[in-house]
Design a binder for this molecule. Structure first.
Ligand SMILES: CC(C)(COP(=O)(O)OP(=O)(O)OC[C@H]1O[C@@H](n2cnc3c(N)ncnc32)[C@H](O)[C@@H]1OP(=O)(O)O)[C@@H](O)C(=O)NCCC(=O)NCCS
Length: 164
């Protein structure tokens, strides 16, 4: 599959929102992604473009020396093909290049797919927020990764990714 990773633009918003609605029971309103692009100086967002479509998206908040993965999702048509992994690595590497030393995120306690992805890159569970998700009162696991400067240099199939 041909794909590339690039920064999200306003033109991507409807496709990104569509992925969000398909991926989450509590999707962000489209205006939240617009806010991230236009008004949040701490925000960095990327998309994966594959076969001419927006296949995955990620929003990261960069706070001092920490990278908070705010959201990440792959369109259902493109799952299990390594794109979630590639956009995650890409964002973490970009944050590390900008000085981030640690990454963290919240994930639903029952979201095995996402937890497997994060564990594959060394994230560990280091806290629980009880009943964090308001739709079903599900707990959130807090996961973090130290040593962002020691990420693998490039993952398989990563040759086409943008440099930063
Ligand atoms: C989590 C998500 C982003 C993974 O995206 P993806 O592009 O399908 O993932 P990849 O193909 O890159 O998979 C990378 C790794 O993630 C894990 N993984 C992904 N999907 C999985 C699944 N259904 N079951 C178990 N592990 C899974 C595996 O460890 C996999 O590595 P492997 O292929 O060597 O086994 C995707 O399932 C998704 O969009 N889910 C809905 C949104 C969501 O839950 N986001 C996370 C919020 S915290």
């Amino acid at each position: 599959m041909n794909y590339s990773i690039r920064r999200m633009t306003l033109e991507d918003l409807s496709a990104v929102h569509e992925i969000d609605v398909l991926a989450f029971s509590l999707p962000w309103p489209e205006r939240s992604f617009r806010f991230e692009l236009l008004e949040n100086p701490a925000s960095r967002s990327w998309v994966v473009e594959a076969d001419g479509r927006i296949a995955a998206m990620l929003v990261l908040w960069f706070i001092i020396d920490e990278a908070h993965i705010a959201t990440i999702a792959t369109h259902p048509d493109f799952r299990r093909q390594g794109l979630g992994e590639q956009i995650l690595l890409h964002a973490l590497r970009a944050a590390a290049a900008d000085g981030a030393r640690r990454a963290f995120l919240e994930v639903r306690a029952g979201n095995q797919a996402a937890q497997s992805l994060y564990k594959k890159y060394g994230f560990v569970v280091d806290g629980i927020r009880p009943k964090y998700y308001r739709d079903n009162n599900e707990d959130a696991f807090l996961m973090s990764l130290d040593g962002l400067d020691q990420l693998p240099v490039a993952g398989p199939g990563d040759q086409q990714a943008e440099k930063k």
